[in-house]
Ligand binder design. Structure first.
Ligand code: ADP
Ligand code: MG
Length: 247
């Protein structure tokens, strides 16, 4: 197998201090290889988002090492870090984080603005990803006018606009109804298959996790073994076999 593009080694993260201190991650190691789809799976509060934030270099671990392309993240200069976060990584969050009163095109091209890309090229690249997400006709609408599914497609367009090598998705279908969520899932997996974009998906949804190449289970801030029912779902991808385990 190729060198991992992302590597977490025994990373720990605590929030607060003194009596209020909470150890959200207690020593987690995880490798992510180029082109794979990895699910970070666990119950609410298990440390999934914390782990994803650390892998995405949005926050620093208190201990342990994160490497990107074999390079210790701590050795990166602020400029290199910002470039990675803005140009190599795309982010898709449950809460969308769109600016409601800006247009869809403005929202989608924000990473290009940050990267210093000129107006014409911003528009061309923004429209291209909006077309890819079947939202070109909404480019001039305000983000607030979009439905939930359209918002998440706009968020994916924004994640794509810099041709990222990795997309981090935190509960990407958490605010969507089942049918709309399925469309968003299909889009993410199709980007993984056709464009080779590495996919790291945080989810508590075992069906979504089962669609990924690999699952990383987390419980109380530590890697965990899935229960029998979940394990059956992961190997067969079938709810029926999970029911058989239950029976
Ligand atoms: P998950 O994404 O699996 O629901 P998180 O990684 O968001 O879990 O959180 C793990 C634990 O850390 C939770 O108990 C949460 O309450 C706590 N936590 C997360 N962020 C903070 C923070 N900024 N301050 C204090 N506690 C936090
Ligand atoms: Mg979370």
């Amino acid at each position: 197998m190729t060198e991992p593009i992302l590597q977490a080694r025994d990373i720990g993260k605590s929030y607060g201090s003194g009596d209020g201190r909470f150890d959200a991650l207690k020593g987690v190691s995880l490798d992510v290889h180029k082109g794979e789809s990895v699910a970070i799976v666990g119950k609410s509060g298990s440390g999934k988002s914390t782990l994803m934030h650390l892998l995405a270099l949005l926050d620093d671990p208190d201990r342990g090492t994160i490497s990107i392309g074999g390079k210790d993240a701590k050795s990166l200069k602020p400029r290199e870090l910002n470039k990675l976060r803005n140009e190599d990584f795309g982010f898709v969050f449950q809460q969308f984080f769109l600016t409601p009163n800006s247009t869809v095109l403005e929202n989608v091209t924000l990473p290009l603005m940050i990267a210093g890309v000129g107006t014409r090229e911003r528009k061309a690249r923004g429209m291209a990803v909006l077309e890819q997400m079947e939202l070109a006709d909404k480019a001039k609408n305000k983000a607030t006018d979009l439905s939930g599914g359209q918002k998440q497609r706009a968020v994916i367009a924004r994640a794509l606009v810099n041709n990222p090598s990795v997309i981090f998705a935190d509960e990407p279908t958490g605010n969507l109804d089942t049918a709309t969520g399925a469309v968003v899932e299909d889009i993410l997996f199709s980007l993984n298959k056709t464009q080779g974009i590495t996919l790291i998906i945080v989810t508590h949804d075992v069906d979504l996790a089962a669609r990924c190449d690999r699952q990383f289970f987390i419980k109380d801030g530590l890697e965990a073994v899935p229960d029998a029912e979940t394990a059956a779902l992961m190997t067969t991808g079938s709810i029926d076999s999970a029911a058989e385990v239950r029976a």
